[in-house]
Design a protein around this ligand. Structure first.
Ligand SMILES: [Cu+2]
Length: 159
């Protein structure tokens, strides 16, 4: 890659050559060398300059979906979010969280441990999955009705 200094030098040289050519035509001095002009070869058309597409400004959004939580991950009494690796799942508003049972006998039940608030309740399950779409922002605690305070999680919905 050529250094900016080289490009500057090249620009300065071509400016000098241009002024030399102009003075040459004025004075018609035979000692001044003629500056060859670049003529495009016939039949060759230069391709249009590529237009640069502006990149959208990065916005701090949660990891893109799907948003999945492993229930009983690794045989433990835990909720484990696939992105965070913790029991907290962060999503944008309108996204859907899917809990998938990996082991054991558990539920995902909304509310502070340990009384359900009625937003969602998968009921106790030993397999399969349960999904819920979050249409309002906020923090939504949940727990497992079998394991209570041993097994809790949180869904954080960003506006
Ligand atoms: Cu449980």
């Amino acid at each position: 890659m050529r250094s900016p200094r080289f490009l500057l030098l090249a620009a300065a040289l071509s400016a000098t050559a241009l002024s030399a050519a102009l003075s040459c035509s004025k004075n018609s001095s035979p000692t001044e060398p003629l500056v060859p002009t670049a003529t495009p070869r016939p039949g060759t058309t230069s391709p249009p300059a590529p237009t640069s597409t502006p990149m959208p400004a990065p916005t701090p959004t949660p990891a893109s979906g799907p948003y999945s939580v492993s229930v009983g991950a690794g045989g433990g009494n835990v909720f484990r979010d696939a992105h965070s690796g913790t029991s907290t799942t962060t999503i944008p508003m309108g996204a859907t969280v899917t809990w998938t049972w990996a082991s054991g006998f558990h539920s995902t039940t909304s509310g502070n441990c340990c009384s359900g608030d009625g937003l969602w309740n998968s009921g106790a399950m030993s397999g399969g999955s349960f999904s819920r779409t979050f249409t309002s922002a906020g923090s939504f605690p949940y727990f497992c009705t079998i394991h209570g305070s041993m097994m809790t999680g949180m869904v954080v919905v960003n506006p």
